[in-house]
Design a protein. Structure first.
Length: 79
């Protein structure tokens, strides 16, 4: 990372995705598939001259800010 500090966020995102795969109780084989695809996508982006952006916190904020279902919606669902 000392050589390419602009990739620090990308390394962090790959690590976070691997940890999430573990949390999601994926099998070892499924985790390997996820890790492999993530690494492939990062490599393709880098080969095309793009540094993948990290938006992990932004998605979390969007989840927090999305309105909870209203009571009317809950009643409609119950019907």
């Amino acid at each position: 990372m000392k050589k390419f500090p602009e990739l620090a966020g990308t390394y962090a995102a790959v690590s976070a995705m691997q940890k999430q795969a573990e949390k999601d109780n994926l099998t070892r084989e499924q985790q390997e598939v996820v890790s492999s695809r993530v690494r492939e996508n990062v490599a393709k982006a880098l080969e095309s001259g793009q540094v993948p952006s990290v938006k992990l916190q932004e998605r979390e904020r969007q989840r927090e800010q999305s309105p909870a279902p209203s009571k009317a919606n809950e009643r409609d669902i119950e019907r």
